[in-house]
Design a protein around this ligand. Structure first.
Ligand SMILES: Cc1ncc(COP(=O)(O)O)c(C=O)c1O
Length: 399
């Protein structure tokens, strides 16, 4: 099949088929399972081919920091899932975010970001960009008027993360894009907490979609990776920074990520239904003070969630009745959910949020981020939901 026919075929396919076939034809070695190109460098057949490889941006067979056929397969699938022209693969989610930001902003530019971001993204906004002469304004993400009011003549980029870690507050993607468009401001969305199966920010006009592929996309808690989905033009610009920053995904981890992607739609379907059932169950427990999940009618932005998302994902945040000690006892008593950071994989993971961040955030910062002492973040996995409920019930008795 030629390239055009293949592109036309992909347009008609659904996510379940795209994750299996969007990378057809990338280095078709005649194997069913893709080959791992475990090499740092690629050999040219002659000097003129070498000149071509060296001079072609994003060549997938030149030097692995520049690209690799397994990266190319992952990128093809991710671009199709997110509906963007192309994608780049990085060594971690933070690699994707840092590379994107440092590629797109310069000294003298202004950036708008959220008061609540994943901690390391917040650090780039609070400390690193200002060190390089970039002005940053942090706004409450649910307040569209505050985002509008923050726009200045030199605003270059708006960074959003929705749902946001750990409180699951949403940002209205269509509203942000509508504000940004007339000023030519680039909108970057961290789509990690949703996954492209549950939310496609580019459909709302977002220019760059970034992911920690360590989470749902890999899906098995065995690799760290990142993805940047965008236009060909922005991807080339970001790639030039990528090869200097060097957040490179190893070919083996790219292969594991590829394997994870093959089952992404199936996993998300089950994760969504498990998490919805568990969120409703938690809301009915007398020992639980409050549950935060975009799929619950009680979520303050439930209407926006239904409009903007196709499913609501693995992460449920809730407050246990009591304080720090009671929350510690509850988390310690859980037997099926592992006490570990990260989310979106096959195993349910749980963290006592205040305990996770007390070493790196001041009490004041935790208050601003909306993290009380009795806050729990639960990432629902693929275990049977009735077993998860039973485990939670026995742990609640131990508070
Ligand atoms: C929303 C979000 N973005 C980015 C990251 C960073 O990803 P990584 O750990 O793959 O660098 C994380 C990690 O938890 C995250 O939750």
């Amino acid at each position: 099949m030629n390239k055009r026919d293949h592109e036309q075929m992909l347009e008609a396919l659904r996510d379940e088929t795209l994750v299996i076939h969007a990378d057809d034809g990338v280095n078709n070695e005649g194997t069913v399972a893709p080959a791992i190109y475990y090499t740092a460098t690629f050999r040219a057949q002659n000097a003129s081919e070498f000149a071509d490889m060296a001079g072609t941006p994003r060549h997938p067979r030149y030097y692995t920091r520049y690209g690799n056929p397994v990266h190319e397969r992952v990128a093809r699938i991710m671009a199709e899932l997110e509906g963007t022209e192309t994608a780049l693969v990085t060594g971690s989610g933070m690699g994707a975010i840092a590379t994107t930001l440092f590629a797109l902003v310069s000294a003298g530019d202004h950036v708008i970001a959220q008061t609540r971001h994943y901690m390391s993204t917040a650090k780039i906004m609070d400390e690193m960009l200002p060190r390089f002469g970039v002005e940053v304004t942090l706004v409450e993400q649910a307040d569209v008027a505050a985002i509008a009011a923050a726009i200045r003549p030199h605003t270059k980029l708006i960074m959003v993360e929705t749902p946001a870690n750990p409180t699951l507050v949403l940002t209205d993607l269509a509203a942000v894009v509508e504000l940004a468009r007339p000023h030519g401001i680039i909108v970057v969305a961290d789509n990690t907490f949703a996954s492209p199966i549950n939310q496609r920010p580019h459909d709302w006009g977002v220019d760059v979609v970034v992911h920690s592929a360590t989470k749902y996309l890999g899906g098995h808690h065995d690799l760290t990776a990142g993805v940047i989905c965008t236009s060909k033009e922005l991807a080339e610009q970001i790639w030039h920074t990528h090869i200097s920053i060097g957040s490179v995904l190893s070919p083996m981890d790219a292969w594991l990520l590829l394997r994870g992607l093959r089952t992404l739609p199936l996993r998300i379907e089950r994760i969504n239904s498990n998490a919805q059932a568990l969120a409703e169950f938690l809301e009915a427990q007398p020992q639980i003070e409050r549950v935060y999940y975009p799929g619950l009618a009680s979520h303050p932005q439930h209407e926006l969630a239904k409009r903007q998302m196709r499913g609501f994902g693995a992460v449920i945040a809730f407050a246990v009745k009591g304080g720090y000690e009671e929350t510690q006892r509850f988390v310690s008593a859980l037997k099926l959910s592992l006490n570990a950071v990260s989310l979106g994989g096959v195993d349910s993971l749980v963290v006592h949020t205040a305990a996770m961040w007390e070493g790196v955030m001041s009490e004041e910062q935790m208050r601003t981020a909306g993290i009380p002492a009795n806050f729990v973040r639960f990432s629902v996995g693929l275990e049977h939901v009735e077993d998860l409920k039973a485990d939670i019930l026995q742990a609640l008795q131990k508070i």
